[in-house]
Design a protein around this ligand. Sequence first.
Ligand code: NDP
Ligand code: 8X3
Length: 254
Amino acid sequence: MKGKIVFITGASSGIGAGCAKRFAREGARLILNGRNTGKLSELNEQLKSEYKVDTLLLPFDVRDRAAAKSALDNLPEEWKAIDILVNNAGLVIGVDKEHEGNLDEWDIVIDTNIKSLLAMTRMVVPGMVERGRGQIINIGSIAGDAAYPGGSVYCATKAAVKSLTDGLRMDLVNTPLRVTLIKPGLVETNFSVVRFRGDKDKADNVYKGIHPLNGDDIAETVYFAASVPEYMQIAEMLVMPVHQASATVTYKKN
Ligand code: NDP
Ligand code: 8X3
């Protein structure tokens, strides 16, 4: 892993930040994306002091195609040969019923989780094909396996991530590139705070009575998928807390 260039979208928080730390520990070089430049800088300082890692902060909104293209086209020469793309930036807003929710909020969710992931893939993967090496690791979700009430749009976006991942793996089958889908279950990050539009109590309630995973746990699985021998391809991993069996079946102690 030493010296490999890993590009992580949504690295300013949760799973993305966990991935940054995990790859930093192994001496990778990191391109870190997110919108919140304050949080990215904080993470960067931590990475520099703990792991003496080589980093490049690339703050842009992944939905902004022009900003993304400009950032990637203008990468300094020594950062261009991206080895691993972690398509992690994603979110959901609300738990509204499909016939009652806010279309503008759902545009944000669909644009971030599907269209931006596709755009990043389209912009980064051709270079990997040219160089004859690379891996794309998409962060899907258990929510992509089956819809649940109040989650249909988010679930649909993560089902789309599964299809995009499977299709890409097929399209790249005659290349040395690897394509991985990680599907986390309950992970305590900022995800639920965003889902409940900043209501921390409601967000905390999601994880009451159960020991959820954290961003570092998922980072471990991402790193595992990246570190197996090159002839081996981890296609898909579903990762849950012990007391979770599906998106809707959990055992919570009072
Ligand atoms: P967090 O809210 O902690 O992190 C989300 C990250 O995505 C942040 O770094 C945020 O950065 C970034 N992001 C969101 N929108 C944009 C954007 N438009 N442009 C650039 N970056 C963006 O949540 P998680 O770490 O939990 O979420 C990471 C991924 O994991 C998501 O795809 C989510 O769907 C998925 N997931 C999460 C689960 C969970 O239970 N937590 C379970 C299954 C999957 P910033 O705000 O700085 O832009
Ligand atoms: C997030 C997990 O169960 O809230 O992807 O949909 S869940």
